[in-house]
Ligand binder design. Structure first.
Ligand SMILES: *Cc1c(COP(=O)(O)O)cnc(C)c1O
Length: 405
């Protein structure tokens, strides 16, 4: 018979005691009484959908990011769809993007009949590698869509240079990076359009929700029109004569992508806490980094000197080869220790749908493939305690000793 101490040190997957009794999720929203009150007030008002809270929320995001215009929308995927449409992307066009993202980044191009062209990443941050982008620009390329993976800003300066030279747009999918900074500038001011998501695991939440920010008045108009069926209500923009006070025109094919007023009220209230949320995420990341520096086989990503990540995720790479094998063992062992890790992402082009769609293409993204093979996202959210972080580190240490050692 082994004694208790030894049992405790054993991995839960081998019959030992888990490092914690309750399951720690990888992400979680933070909702307080002020948030609930803000939603309740709107529910008691005359407006449920498009009302005064939408503009206030948009204005608050402009204030926060420094962008001139903001368009609140149904979700982050709709934000991408609207941005691509506003950029003039249509059937037969191409966008250049990364496979290391959620499928929505590429799917939204397909909604418009355009084709995503996948380019490799810089494995130190998981973001698009600008040098690889240049090689893939063609006559059909309409936009570069960079993703701020894990909350770390993409290489906006070189990407803007490439986009300007090719006379195409840079769009940033900033679903992970609201509040992040690049050369002292907030994400939201670094591209022609920047899209956000307010899904519950993201930096702030509206349940479902999203936003596009831009400094361009024409893009702003197109985004607004697209959000509501392609219908225009302002007389100065009519194509035909104004027939009276009821008159409006449908000028393009749009969607019902509106967000509700009570969601906007929640978003505005959440935004007040965003600096505190980001600060706490940064503290958690710092604690992870300190703990991981004592381990051999789990490597955090870089935070570049000119950048501040918003730490939507805290990805680590299982460095021991073969990566895919040890990542799987570590992932399963972590779950048994009650640590709710995830994997971000299965490269978009590896999904069966995309494999069939792009069957005739050569997709050469070896860094993305390698990154996926080793990636595990550790739990990170504002309400996590230092004790929670230490549980994760303790579980990683156990796994390193017993499986990777
Ligand atoms: C969450 C996310 C989206 C989609 O946002 P939804 O609000 O869920 O539609 C798009 N891109 C990335 C990178 C995301 O993480």
């Amino acid at each position: 018979m082994r004694d208790n101490l030894e049992l405790e040190a054993d991995l839960a997957i081998n019959g030992g005691t888990p490092v914690r009794e309750t399951f720690l999720p990888y992400g979680r929203q933070s909702i307080d009484e002020d948030d609930i009150k803000a939603v309740e007030e709107v529910l008691r008002s005359n407006w449920l959908t498009t009302g005064p809270e939408i503009e206030k929320f948009e204005e608050a995001v402009c204030q926060f990011t420094g962008a001139r215009y903001a368009v609140a929308i149904a979700n982050g995927t709709a934000a991408l769809h609207a941005a691509y449409h506003a950029a003039g992307i249509e059937s037969g066009d191409e966008i250049i993007t990364t496979g290391m993202t959620f499928a929505a980044t590429a799917n939204a191009a397909l909604y418009l009949g355009a084709k995503p062209v996948f380019v490799d990443i810089d494995p130190s941050t998981g973001c698009l590698d600008p040098d690889k982008v240049v090689e893939k620009i063609s006559d059909r390329t309409k936009a570069i869509v960079a993703v701020d993976y894990y909350g770390h800003p993409c290489e906006a300066d070189p990407l803007n240079e490439i986009a300007a030279k090719a006379n195409i747009r840079l769009i940033i999918d900033a679903a992970h990076s609201l509040g992040a900074e690049y050369n002292g500038k907030k994400v939201g001011t670094l591209a022609s359009m920047t899209t956000f998501s307010f899904h519950p695991v993201k930096a702030i939440t509206t349940g479902e929700g999203g936003m596009i920010v831009t400094d361009d008045a024409d893009l702003y108009q197109r985004l607004c029109t697209f959000r509501t069926h392609g219908i225009v209500k302002s007389a100065s923009s009519f194509e035909k004569p104004n027939e009276g006070p009821w008159y409006h025109e449908m000028q393009m094919l749009g969607f019902n992508y509106r967000i509700t007023d009570f969601q906007a009220a929640l978003g505005k209230q959440q935004l007040l806490k965003l600096p505190a949320f980001i600060h706490r995420r940064g503290e958690i990341a710092e604690r992870y980094r300190r703990g991981l520096s004592e381990l051999q086989h789990f490597k955090p990503l870089e935070e570049k000197e000119n950048c501040r990540s918003a730490y939507h995720l805290f990805p680590i790479i299982v460095a021991k080869k073969p990566r895919a094998k040890y990542r799987r063992l570590a992932f399963e062992a972590l779950h048994r220790e009650n640590i709710g890790v995830q994997v971000h992402y299965i490269p978009v082009y590896q999904h069966p749908f995309y494999q069939k769609l792009l069957a005739s293409e050569v997709i050469h993204c070896p860094q993305t493939d390698r990154f996926y093979d080793g990636e595990i996202s550790l739990p990170i959210f504002p309400a996590m305690t230092d004790g929670d972080v230490d549980d994760v580190l303790k579980a990683l240490r156990k796994i390193e000793d017993r499986i990777l050692g």
